[in-house]
Write a protein that binds this ligand. Structure first.
Ligand SMILES: Nc1ncnc2c1ncn2[C@@H]1O[C@H](COP(=O)(O)OP(=O)(O)OP(=O)(O)O)[C@@H](O)[C@H]1O
Ligand SMILES: [Mg+2]
Length: 248
């Protein structure tokens, strides 16, 4: 499947990976965070997997048919698009549609892909091949991937294993809290203590952890360094040298 003229071979090898995970129980602030990030990023080409029918304000075109999605992306060629896909409520059908949706995004290249509620279409032991393609090879195709889930313990490892930034909000289940404590590298109590709209966020490249509160209706307040983080960042720099105390 080729949906736009091919880039030169190896053209994407220097691209940086951009895979952003938003985790939390219902109402934790995942979609609000994601929408704020999307607005800020101003991607010219966006494909949205929209099972809750909540991205109408962002996406001009919508379809629930894989064939139509393919037509719309083909028609866009190298140009801009913002299309949301509304999957079937039948989970088996939705899983097949998700695989096709991901393959179309991969073939299109140079776009942002939003995948809302991954637990419905992936499992801890197996990712749909199209979704794996996005996570494992999407960097070379210039893709930015945004994924959300309420149940991290049920989501495939290809996603968490390649996330470049993970924002985790309130989680109710102990197994999910444990999964995210392991992924982010913080004590499970730090995840368990999060209230709705509060989050911990880890930059997986630097190991830096910050925390903050999502504003679902407007500008986002800047995140603050998490006191438990021991990662070195450009802001914090290396630990200060100890002053020598003159011995008497
Ligand atoms: N446009 C809005 N105006 C007012 N409140 C909002 C708006 N969008 C979200 N909220 C509130 O912010 C909170 C977080 O919403 P959000 O949609 O981000 O949750 P979520 O983590 O994506 O949950 P779910 O898994 O159910 O999709 C909810 O309490 C919701 O009522
Ligand atoms: Mg949501």
């Amino acid at each position: 499947m080729r949906l736009r003229p091919a880039d030169a071979p190896g053209a994407g090898v220097a691209n940086r990976a951009n895979i952003l995970g938003y985790i939390g129980s219902t109402g934790a602030g995942k979609s609000a965070s994601l929408k704020a990030a999307l607005r800020e990023a101003r991607h010219a080409r966006v494909l949205i997997w929209d099972p809750q029918d909540e991205y109408g304000h962002l996406a001009g075109q919508a379809t629930g048919a894989v064939g139509r999605l393919l037509e719309l992306v083909q028609a866009a060629g190298r140009g801009p698009f913002c299309i949301r896909f509304q999957p079937s409520s039948d989970l088996k059908t939705a899983a097949k549609q998700f695989d096709a949706f991901c393959r179309i995004a991969y073939a299109a290249g140079h776009c942002a892909v939003v995948a809302e509620e991954l637990a419905f279409v992936t499992s801890a032991s197996k990712a749909p091949p199209g979704w794996s393609l996005l996570n494992l090879k999407g960097r070379h195709k210039g893709l930015t991937i945004y994924g959300t889930t309420q149940r991290p313990a049920r989501v495939d490892k290809d996603f968490f294993g390649n996330c470049t930034r993970i924002r985790c909000g309130r989680l109710n289940y102990a197994t999910d809290q444990k999964t995210m404590a392991d992924v982010i590298g913080v004590p499970v109590e730090a995840i368990g203590a999060l209230l709705p709209l509060q989050y911990l966020e880890k930059d997986m490249a630097t190991g830096n952890v910050v925390w903050g509160v999502v504003n679902p209706t407007g500008r986002q307040a800047p995140a603050k360094p998490w006191p438990g983080s021991n990662a070195q960042t450009p802001e914090t720099g290396p630990p200060a040298k100890k002053k020598r105390v003159a011995r008497a």
